[in-house]
Design a protein around this ligand. Structure first.
Ligand SMILES: Nc1ncnc2c1ncn2[C@@H]1O[C@H](COP(=O)(O)OP(=O)(O)OP(=O)(O)O)[C@@H](O)[C@H]1O
Ligand SMILES: [Mg+2]
Length: 257
């Protein structure tokens, strides 16, 4: 079966004032249909670059990047993105922010309204439809951004430290909610994070990248039962062992000159 995402020998060189900057050099990645892959690696190793190539936002200088077996050229259909600094439109209410992807898709306004109401309930924001973004907490704004991403009904989520700016507790809570949502959706996910706990809690497989210029070094299957009880999980020996192994792989990278 073709992979949802297949990246082979990917090379990305950015043009800068000082010449060309090699961000990725020989990166390989495969994401199966319905698979949840977390990507970790040292800062600057090219995680966001890899994700942006899959999102069609950054051009590759060499190698292959395919979705459903087709080369990526521009932003592919069916891809939902959630980034660290996702901005909501400040002048639009929560309800109207979530409408954006539905508006792009066209269709009946009443149907859109019903779908928006349903999505806001899914992310735990019923009752806040009429609020403006500035009237919400950071965690609530993330939920709106998540609802907006869900509105486009993606079959592939590309998430770059999506819950990064939140405090640890809120991040964990939203992460757990996203996990149970994903368990019902079965969407493929590529999830970039610095947080090894978060990576193991969520993913089927944790992929570790090398220091820059990045390539994929190692991967760790997460053989923990689903649905996962996030509150219990991190106290289990299996979780701790995996955490140690991934942390060791990351620390080894930090020492590479
Ligand atoms: N648009 C750009 N132009 C030039 N260089 C860039 C550009 N975007 C990223 N880079 C460089 O490419 C390298 C990889 O950047 P990238 O953002 O992919 O790293 P990252 O792994 O996501 O880092 P972090 O964990 O800090 O988010 C860095 O050295 C960065 O300076
Ligand atoms: Mg990044």
């Amino acid at each position: 079966m073709t992979a949802k995402v297949a990246v082979r020998d990917l090379r990305v060189a950015y043009r800068t004032q000082k010449g060309r900057h090699l961000a990725l050099d020989g990166a390989d990645l495969r994401i199966g249909h319905g698979e949840f892959v977390a990507l970790v690696g040292p800062s600057g190793c090219g995680k966001s670059t890899l994700l942006k190539v899959v999102a069609g936002l950054v051009e590759r200088s060499g190698g292959e990047a395919l979705i459903d077996g087709r080369p990526i050229d521009g932003t592919p259909a069916g891809v939902g993105m959630l980034f660290q600094n996702d901005a909501l439109l400040p002048w639009r209410t929560v309800h109207e922010n979530v409408r954006l992807p539905l508006q792009v898709a066209g269709g009946d306004r009443a149907e859109q309204d019903a779908r928006i109401t349903e999505l806001l309930a899914t992310v735990g924001l019923d009752g806040f439809a009429g609020y403006l973004p500035r009237q919400l907490s950071g965690g609530m704004r993330k939920r709106v951004a998540l609802a907006r991403t869900l509105a486009s009904d993606p079959d592939l989520f590309l998430m770059d430290e999506p819950f990064g700016p939140l405090d640890a507790l809120t991040r964990r809570r939203i992460g757990a909610e996203f996990l149970s949502l994903w368990e019902t959706l079965g969407t493929s996910v590529l999830f970039v994070t610095h947080d090894v706990d978060e990576a193991i809690t969520l993913a089927d497989r944790v992929v570790v990248m090398s220091a820059a210029p990045g390539r994929v070094l190692d991967e760790f299957p997460v053989a923990l039962d689903r649905p996962r009880d996030v509150r219990e999980l991190r106290f289990t020996p299996a979780f701790r062992d995996l955490h140690d192994a991934i942390s060791d792989a990351l620390v080894a990278q930090a020492h590479v000159p």
